[in-house]
Design a protein around this ligand. Sequence first.
Ligand code: FAD
Length: 275
Amino acid sequence: MIGGPHPMTPAPYRVRSRRPDRADTVTLTLEPVRGDCPPFRPGQFTMLYAPGVGEIAVSISGRARSGGYTQTIRAVGAVSAALCGKRPGDVVGVRGPYGRGWDVPAAAGLDVVVVAGGLGLAPLRPLVRALLRERPRHGRISVIAGSRAPGLLLYPQDLARWARQGADVRVTVDHPGHTWRGPVGLVTRLLDRIVFEPRRTCAFVCGPEPMMRAAAAELVRRGVAPGRVELSLERNMKCAVTRCGHCQLGPLFVCEDGPVLRYDRAAGLLEVREL
Ligand SMILES: Cc1cc2nc3c(=O)[nH]c(=O)nc-3n(C[C@H](O)[C@H](O)[C@H](O)COP(=O)(O)OP(=O)(O)OC[C@H]3O[C@@H](n4cnc5c(N)ncnc54)[C@H](O)[C@@H]3O)c2cc1C
């Protein structure tokens, strides 16, 4: 085709593997039917198309050894449920990667605080992997993960590996049940337990918006510069190429200017509720 395929046309990708993470959440490994997976930066997302159902934005949670993307999807509606139901061998559509990812180079020489709530750990996973690959370039690396219940914690094996690789990994849950002996409550409370030098720290935060607002405000209250706190916004997205306006937030298009935004730019915009 002259000029290449239309930007809205998904490429066919085959499901190579499917790992159930929780009752409503699966991680798919997706490989292009033809050619190689384009490179991605931590924090970027693709548009995943479930044939005959629809298309949603999904963060890239990693690159598999086979070269494919891993993407973690929670079944909350028609499209996400259809994607969660895909099996190895099935074909889905993929556009992207899109968006501005985490500013990994900005973390060089600084302490790093990563704060995740629930599925927010998915776009942070490739970031933590990148930071730990270049461990000597950074100061202390702390990862705080919040989960509704111990059994709902995402990527427990990664969290354990990151701790072995030198990160200070802390987990808190909302509902501890009978067996949990760890911290209970908001992720912000764990900021007391980790060690970081606020004026020499950058932070990466992803999760439900109330959690991101609280975590970012608390980091800034403790002296982290607002320009060194990054958040990933999951606003309604349709075209992902700034044409439809669904994800417009004040002067920004989340699909292109985000989803990762610095807190000094995002703070006021977070007050804008999604319709
Ligand atoms: C940049 C970006 C990255 C994203 N990354 C991921 C990801 O890695 N994994 C993932 O599963 N989703 C991710 N999402 C959300 C995803 O794009 C869809 O919005 C979500 O899966 C719902 O789509 P749906 O069509 O299945 O449900 P819809 O039909 O849109 O919604 C069904 C119901 O679920 C509610 N709902 C919608 N979204 C959510 C949500 N995120 N959590 C809880 N309830 C919701 C709606 O209010 C509605 O009541 C991301 C979104 C963006 C913009």
